[in-house]
Design a protein. Structure first.
Length: 346
């Protein structure tokens, strides 16, 4: 993005001007009814699929339930994401309750751990040494990361563009493992007993149901399919947001507005894509206004797009397939010994 080199002078009021327009349009107001319906659909689908699971019993048809359940669990995760950004409730306590129930209990991911990690990402998106989302072993997102790899790590990085989507099949299990480490470790975590209890309930109930109802071969296959689809779905939803966009140096001097816009990518689509991606396809709007309720992001898009055009700020939007291609091209460039172009900018 060419605008990445702009200095910090005379831009401090740009975000304030945009914020006034957004507030005047009422786009930061809560959407209680929308979220009530959405939560009801997710919780109802979750309960319904488990009811179907027990009705089907010992059957290979359960693999269809495993796939559908992965989609619903991911949607519960999206609700946990929105709660973590204070988009849903009218108080912090309400959002935390929604977040911890959808995160720990329904999704099996530590809400407190994830919120801390995600807030650091929002503060410094695509910034070397600061954004935890571009420090993900065994992948390398910058040339410096790639040069530090040795042995099998270097071999993996060379082929990481081809291994990226297969690797996502493990992302669900990876998130569960990180969550367990967070609640069992020494790192400070608010509400640790509650989080640990809900994670134990999720994991214990899940494994008990699967191994009590299915035979061992079916149970293991069910888990592999369910967790594989969950990881792939989550990865395919989050990867288009920033992968392949400019990476900033640790000391970049961009203001908040440009840092968020220039490192984010929007994905075009209708209501079906909006639903499938949990509204995260409006990543530019989301990063500029994290507490904006998800259904308002689409309405904010033309206003923000026009504002960026008026101020000469590159606003990148593309199709879902093209977004994946751009991310894979970046991974391939970083992994190619002769063309590691992932330099930090700023």
């Amino acid at each position: 993005m060419s605008d990445i080199s702009l200095g910090a002078g005379q831009r401090g009021s740009d975000y304030a001007d945009l914020s006034r327009q957004i507030r005047a349009a009422g786009l930061l107001e809560r959407r209680t009814a929308y979220y009530a319906v959405r939560i009801g659909l997710v919780v109802g689908s979750f309960a319904g699929l488990w009811a179907l699971f027990f009705v089907l019993g010992e059957s290979w048809w359960q693999l269809g339930v495993a796939v559908a359940l992965a989609v619903v669990i991911a949607q519960a995760g999206f609700l946990g994401h929105d709660a973590g950004h204070r988009q849903i409730g009218r108080s912090r306590r309400a959002d935390d309750l929604i977040g911890i129930l959808h995160g720990n209990l329904l999704t099996g991911i530590s809400y407190g751990w994830w919120v801390d990690k995600h807030n650091r990402h929002h503060a410094h998106p695509n910034t070397e040494g600061k954004d935890p989302d571009i420090t993900v072993a065994p992948l390398s997102f910058t040339a410096d990361q790639a040069r530090r790899q040795r042995g099998l790590g270097a071999l993996f990085v060379r082929h990481q563009a081809y291994l990226f989507f297969p690797l996502l099949l493990l992302e669900g299990l990876h998130l569960h493992a990180l969550s367990l480490r967070a609640v069992l470790g020494r790192r400070r975590l608010a509400r640790r007993p509650v989080e640990a209890g809900l994670l134990a309930l999720h994991l214990g109930g899940y494994l008990a149901a699967v191994f009590l109802v299915l035979n061992p071969a079916q149970a293991i296959t069910f888990i592999l399919v369910n967790q594989g689809v969950l990881g792939l779905y989550l990865g395919c939803s989050f990867a288009p947001n920033h992968k392949g966009m400019p990476i900033l140096g640790a000391e970049d001097n961009l203001d908040y507005l440009r840092r968020q816009v220039l490192t984010s990518r929007n994905v075009r689509g209708g209501w079906l894509l909006d639903t499938a991606l949990g509204g995260l396809n409006y990543q530019i709007e989301h990063h500029l206004f994290p507490s904006m309720p998800c259904p308002n992001l689409r309405r904010a898009r033309p206003l923000i797009q026009r504002f960026c055009a008026e101020h000469g700020i590159a606003y990148h939007e593309t199709s879902l397939g093209r977004s994946w291609a751009e991310g894979l091209r970046h991974l391939n460039d970083i992994g190619s010994p002769g063309s590691r172009t992932g330099r930090a900018v700023g």
